[in-house]
Write a protein that binds this ligand. Structure first.
Ligand code: S3P
Length: 175
């Protein structure tokens, strides 16, 4: 539906923030990066939050901030990779946004984020590649189930991905 929010979901390193910024600019909409907003509201980095409140503390705040943001309209929202884990988040996204899944392979996710585990607490483990493969397998069905549009990002520039998102949303009458 024109005017609805556009939410970008997908694994860490799938390009949600960069693609989101391009889309927002193209469409003249405001851009919201959920992770950055959570950090702003909590006055902590995501890594600090995981350390002090655990993943569950982070997930609770993530849900609250998502719900608050989804009260707005006509925004482009980039969501953290774990947004689909809670059913209430999936329901809120489905009801209030056209949801775009930026799909990435585990190889590509690893080459994009594998070396920056310090900024991504879930990948701050002995074998980040195995963890990426495990998380991706668990989450891919959830990303797929909640999305209106799926874009395979493998080997594509961010500009190309953004162009495909716009095209697919238009074809589906979502823009
Ligand atoms: C997470 C992804 C991160 C961030 C947090 C947890 C996840 O966001 O929300 O570290 O569970 O996949 P990005 O996908 O933007 O890296």
């Amino acid at each position: 539906m024109p005017g609805k929010n556009i939410a970008l979901i997908g694994f860490m390193g799938s390009g949600k923030s960069t693609v989101g910024r391009i889309l927002a600019k193209e469409l003249g909409r405001s851009f919201v990066d959920l992770d950055r907003l959570i950090e702003k509201k909590s006055h902590k980095t995501i890594s600090e939050m995981f350390r002090t409140s655990g993943e569950s503390g982070f997930r609770k705040l993530e849900t609250e901030v998502l719900q608050e943001v989804l009260e707005g309209r006509e925004q482009v929202i980039s969501c953290g990779g774990g947004i689909v884990l809670r059913e209430e988040n999936r329901a809120a996204l489905r009801a209030n946004a056209s949801v775009v899944y930026l799909k990435v392979s585990s190889d590509e996710a690893f080459s994009r984020v594998g070396q920056s585990g310090y900024r991504r607490p879930l990948l701050d483990v002995a074998d980040p590649f195995a963890e990426i493969a495990r998380l991706l397998e668990e989450r891919d069905p959830l990303y797929t189930a909640v999305s209106d549009v799926i874009i395979d990002t493998t080997g594509k520039t961010k500009a190309k991905v953004a162009e495909e998102v716009l095209h697919k949303l238009r074809v589906k009458g979502l823009l």
